[in-house]
Design a protein around this ligand. Structure first.
Ligand SMILES: [Zn+2]
Length: 89
């Protein structure tokens, strides 16, 4: 499922964007507000790449999340079938 975007997550552009967002969010999860230590921080696309690939490097589309919230947010996204988008990543 993730293989399609695997190369993207290895690009320097994505790593730079993650570093930028981590600093912008002060290393805090944007859902629960908890500080997430650098290596544990997850970065989440508010609009999934599969929905709008042009937003994959948009700073506004990427937020810092803790691993727990990331899982919750991803699951919430999957249930929003009624929006007409294909939310699976
Ligand atoms: Zn959190």
């Amino acid at each position: 499922m993730y293989s399609k975007n695997k190369s993207f997550y290895n690009t320097q552009a994505w790593k730079d964007l993650k570093a930028y967002c981590y600093e912008r969010d002060k290393g805090c999860c944007q859902r629960c507000g908890k500080f997430v230590f650098g290596k544990r921080a997850h970065h989440h696309h508010k609009v999934p790449i599969s929905v709008n690939p042009s937003l994959k490097l948009s700073k506004r589309n990427v937020i810092t999340l803790c691993p727990r919230c990331h899982m919750i947010v991803e699951n919430e996204g999957k249930t929003k079938k009624n929006t007409g988008f294909d939310w699976k990543l």
